[in-house]
Write a protein that binds this ligand. Structure first.
Ligand SMILES: Nc1ncnc2c1ncn2[C@@H]1O[C@H](COP(=O)(O)OP(=O)(O)OP(=O)(O)O)[C@@H](O)[C@H]1O
Length: 294
């Protein structure tokens, strides 16, 4: 990382009683990066982000955001937008009032109408928060997190409950913010979103950063896969194709093109149909599954 990192976490530890939830965790996020902090359930992502966001005190270690202690709220908060998993809006406020209130608290400049347009809630501006659907509340959360185009944005499971159009709109808005230089920290259980969007991924498991890198770096160590199934009367394909418990076949290989060609030649020679054929590099899901034994 060439310039000073926006987020610098160094040997962070946190315990709840005698349970060691975050163990010697170190990572950095550079300016303009989209960093996805992913992990298994209970890995310690939320605990870590609560500390980085200034909501929780570290047990030990150092955390710096813009070179400051994140608990120095006056210095850090105006430069930061946070979309939490659970919104803390008053149910009696309208959508417009909620955005305006967060805007005042953020001490950033923006136009409420612009924000409502970004998240397609203009037609709900006068509606009380208590009357919004789950997806609409999530869009309101996003609007308040990006009020005033903050330099650093935390998105905690941002697309949970959003339909496909709203997801696309949210990512378009994130792309525009990134084009303006914003740094984004994302947590999500939708791995394909992280795979598509993240510059780098930190993979947490049981309190530690198990692996870190670009998607290519994380998936390189694992073989590519070919998946297919065969009609009931077809001959058995030669190794390395192996039958899976669901009756389909799986080839794991570091020579994807060669194995795929061999398989297609084998099928052509026998006039066998390869049903549901899929071939490609390892997905992030497979990296996750490899954590199970870790
Ligand atoms: N207030 C608390 N008191 C005691 N234990 C806690 C507390 N908060 C979290 N934990 C424990 O610390 C561990 C890490 O929790 P955390 O919420 O940070 O994980 P996470 O990676 O965000 O998980 P998930 O993906 O399931 O949301 C879990 O085992 C959890 O049970």
């Amino acid at each position: 990382m060439t310039s000073t990192p926006v987020i610098d976490v160094d040997r962070l530890n946190l315990s709840y009683g005698d349970f060691h939830a975050v163990k010697d965790l170190s990572f950095q996020v550079g300016k303009g990066e989209l960093y996805a902090l992913l992990g298994t359930n209970g890995a310690g992502k939320t605990s870590t982000l609560e500390i980085v966001e200034g909501h929780r005190r570290a047990g030990s270690g150092t955390v710096r955001v813009f070179g400051r202690d994140p608990r120095d709220r006056r210095a850090v908060r105006p430069r930061t937008g946070i979309m939490l998993q659970e919104s803390g809006f008053s149910p009696d406020l309208t959508v417009r009032e909620s955005v305006r209130l967060i805007g005042v608290l953020s001490r950033r400049e923006d136009r409420v109408a612009r924000l409502l347009d970004v998240v397609d809630l203009t037609h709900k501006a006068g509606t009380r928060v208590s009357q919004l659907s789950g997806g609409e509340k999530r869009r309101l959360d996003f609007a308040t997190a990006v009020y005033g185009r903050p330099e650093l944005i935390f998105l905690d499971e941002p697309t949970t409950g959003l339909d496909i159009r709203s997801r696309d709109a949210l990512w378009d808005a994130v792309d525009r913010l990134r084009a303006d230089g914003s740094t984004v920290v994302l947590t999500t259980h939708y791995l394909e979103e992280a795979q598509q969007r993240a510059d780098r991924i930190g993979l947490m498991h049981r309190g530690t950063l198990h692996r870190e890198g670009t998607v290519a770096e994380l998936t390189r160590a694992l073989p590519a896969t070919i998946r297919f199934s065969l009609p009931a009367v077809a001959p058995t394909p030669p190794p390395p194709a192996a039958r899976r418990p669901d009756g389909g076949f799986l080839v794991e290989t570091f020579a994807l093109q060669r194995e795929l060609r061999a398989l297609l030649d084998w099928a052509d020679a026998r006039a066998v149909e390869l049903r549901g054929l899929e071939a490609g590099p390892t997905r992030l899901d497979d990296v996750f599954r490899s954590l199970d034994g870790a």
